[in-house]
Design a binder for this molecule. Structure first.
Ligand SMILES: *Cc1c(COP(=O)(O)O)cnc(C)c1O
Ligand code: SF4
Length: 442
């Protein structure tokens, strides 16, 4: 058995237990201070597998997985950093530190595109919390017990969600709402479990959510998708955790019911595919008939190079994965430090895409998951003397918007859809960028 497989217990590490990580103890003082100061503002969680097997400590702080998972100095402005650092240094009272930190957090928008409050569907006039239905075929389901992760990504905007776990009774009520909703929505073919990370749940809890979806009167639900980072941050979930075998049996049960299990694997960097336990997890899932697709945002300091993406897709295809999306990261909390402009993302995508076989070119990107829909940057070109971005919808709030090319002024500094101005003197784009939050297609 490899060393990686011996990590059978899950060990979250918080700021207070930082001294338990020998690799951190060996860092120089300023890096340790950075971890302490920045993690007072943004949530931080790691585990023994990430620390011992994914991070190359000889390359810290530049190491991509260290950048992905540990708090970074650039996540706070100089002023905020100095303020929090001095409060910590002089041992300020907890209440004073909390007030300062909360004020800083409020300035970092944690809910871009109204993630949690928009697109919440209703049934008999009652909103169904934990559900999101934006595109006809796919319902997103955020099980309340899956709202945390095996480690946290430093750029993640979902941190406002990372709070306590409600009990199983609440789960039963949630799934009851989901089932009733699906019964009257035959257009839904996919249910996507997301989070946080649904694979943080024990198999017993996950079963409570999944088994009710396998009823014969929900035959229109063809695919159960599971969005997860566990294949990268805690592949033991599928291999050596005590309920790993039960988990595979649960997935087998879905497949035997005639449905597809699509694991939407969040992979940020080829290193996440390199360990024996990560490869074993993939092999076990594939052996029972699950398909694994790979997706991730492009993040400065983590994967802002064509080499990283080409290698990720190449290694992925070799292990039987299907490259799916390269996302542009949204307006995240510690945004500026991690952001990559659209033009640069496109250049990186194109360069990586042109280096892989057709089997890797199933990937689409760079893609912005924005309020009006999923917008693809098809390219940058010159038309009638104007330099433009060529864009199109992969998913639209109105399905009629999909696959119609549209154009925007080329702006090398633009980082999001709302930075882009229509090209060729058009007063506006053909779609309504602020389209009402009530889904247009219903
Ligand atoms: C991406 C996404 C989906 C799924 O879209 P696919 O292109 O089918 O993968 C569904 N709902 C929302 C809100 C999404 O952002
Ligand atoms: S795994 Fe996903 S939800 Fe969890 S911290 Fe990373 S990006 Fe956020």
């Amino acid at each position: 058995m490899t060393e990686a497989l011996q990590h059978t217990t899950y060990q979250p590490v918080t700021r207070t237990s930082l001294s338990a990580i020998p690799q951190v103890e060996r860092l120089d003082r300023s890096l340790r201070e950075t971890i302490e100061v920045v993690s007072a503002v943004f949530p931080f969680r790691t585990n023994a597998y990430v620390v011992d097997h994914l991070i190359d400590w000889d390359k810290v702080p530049d190491d991509p997985i260290y950048q992905l998972t540990f708090p970074q100095r650039g996540m706070l402005s100089d002023t905020d950093y100095r303020t929090v650092a001095s409060l910590i240094r002089r041992g300020a009272p907890a209440a004073e530190l909390r007030a300062t930190v909360n004020a800083i957090r409020l300035r970092h928008n944690p809910h871009p595109a109204g993630q949690l409050t928009h697109n919440v569907p209703e049934l008999d006039g009652e909103p169904l919390p934990g559900l999101q239905h934006k595109y006809p075929e796919t319902v997103l389901f955020f099980p309340s017990r899956g709202q945390t992760c095996h480690a946290y990504c430093s750029y993640c905007f979902r941190w406002a969600q990372f709070v306590g776990m409600p009990d199983l009774k609440f789960a039963a009520k949630e799934v009851d709402g989901l089932v009733r909703y699906l019964r009257v929505h035959p257009e839904v073919s996919d249910v996507l479990f997301t989070g946080g990370d649904p694979m943080i749940m024990k198999t017993r809890a996950l079963r409570e959510y999944i088994e009710p979806l396998l009823r014969p009167d929900l035959g229109h639900v063809q695919t159960i998708r599971i969005g997860t980072k566990a294949l990268a941050y805690w592949p033991q979930r599928f291999v050596t955790d005590e309920d790993a075998d039960d988990l595979l049996r649960l997935f087998e049960k879905i497949i035997r019911s005639g449905r597809h299990v699509a694991i939407m694997g969040h992979y940020s960097h080829p290193r996440e595919l390199s360990t024996p336990v990560a490869q074993r997890a993939i092999a076990r899932l594939r052996a029972i008939g699950c398909e694994i697709r790979m997706q991730a945002p492009i993040i400065r300091h983590v994967n802002d190079s064509a080499r990283a993406w080409a290698s990720l897709w190449r290694q992925g295809v070799k292990l039987g994965l299907v490259p799916y999306y390269m996302f542009v990261s949204r307006d995240t909390g510690p945004k500026n430090y991690f952001e990559v402009p659209l033009a640069e993302s496109y250049t990186i995508f194109r360069k990586a895409y042109s280096q892989v076989s057709g089997l890797g070119r199933t990937v689409r990107g760079p893609v912005m998951s924005a309020t009006p829909g999923k917008v693809l940057i098809n390219g940058v070109t010159q038309i009638g003397g104007q330099r433009v971005f060529v864009l199109s919808f992969l998913q639209g709030r109105d399905p009629d918007w999909v696959k119609r090319p549209f154009f925007a002024h080329y702006d090398p500094a633009a980082t999001w859809l709302f930075d882009l101005k229509p090209a060729f003197g058009a007063p506006e784009q053909f779609f309504d960028p602020d389209a009402t939050y009530a889904p247009i297609w219903r």
